[in-house]
Design a protein around this ligand. Structure first.
Ligand code: 5GP
Length: 190
């Protein structure tokens, strides 16, 4: 998606350990107009799927997920992050190792928001090693609901997230694909 790539080129800052900072439009300050375009693009790419809900993880997945929900006219559920959880009776939970924070969080979704025939689209801001998406897939499996697709705003193709997901045979769409952040420079795939 050219609009997104242009913004990454203009405003992205490469940090150590292969982290791209895009806090001027996605991870801290949010550009609603750009996110709306992101939402419409996901809606277009998954138009042939019967989606009843969108799943994401707080906090940076929420903006693109809500805009996709708006474009697809479906509700959005964001998994909440907790350091530890003892009362998990009414929750679906999964452990997620955070690439940027280097800590493990439990993510959870209240069971009451999931219905038996739900068929969901997972949206997230970044795909690195696939741990966040894997956590949502675990929750979807536990809840016995179908995952129709995965939409990622920025994929770092040099990390192993895609390999992990494609093993599951789920449609994966990334709106910007970064093949390298070496020497502080953003290289896009193709
Ligand atoms: P994964 O679980 O795929 O290893 O990493 C995805 C999560 O880590 C995303 O939800 C995102 O919050 C964070 N993340 C991973 N790589 C980056 C990055 O390069 N920049 C930023 N801002 N967040 C990242």
């Amino acid at each position: 998606m050219k609009l997104l790539e242009d913004r990454i080129r203009k405003e992205g800052i490469v940090l150590p350990h292969n982290v791209l900072k895009v806090d001027s439009f996605l991870n801290h300050q949010v550009d609603p107009q750009l996110m709306f375009e992101v939402g419409k693009e996901f809606a277009k790419r998954f138009a042939d799927k019967q989606i009843t809900k969108i799943l994401t993880v707080e906090s940076s997945g929420i903006a693109p997920a809500v805009m996709t929900g708006l474009a697809m006219q479906v509700p959005v559920i964001f998994a909440r992050k907790h350091k530890s959880l003892t009362l998990t009776d009414n929750l679906y939970t999964a452990d997620v190792y955070s690439y940027t924070k280097q800590t493990t969080n439990k993510i959870s979704i209240a069971k009451r928001f999931i219905e038996p025939n739900d068929s969901v689209l997972i949206i997230d801001d970044f795909l690195a090693n696939g741990q966040a998406v894997q956590g949502l897939l675990t929750i979807a499996d536990d809840a016995n609901i179908k995952v129709q697709g995965i939409g990622i705003v920025i994929e770092k193709t040099f990390q192993k997230g895609r390999t992990l997901i494609t093993k599951r045979n789920i449609q994966l769409e990334a709106l910007a694909q970064i093949s390298s952040l070496e020497n502080g420079e953003v290289q896009f795939l193709n």
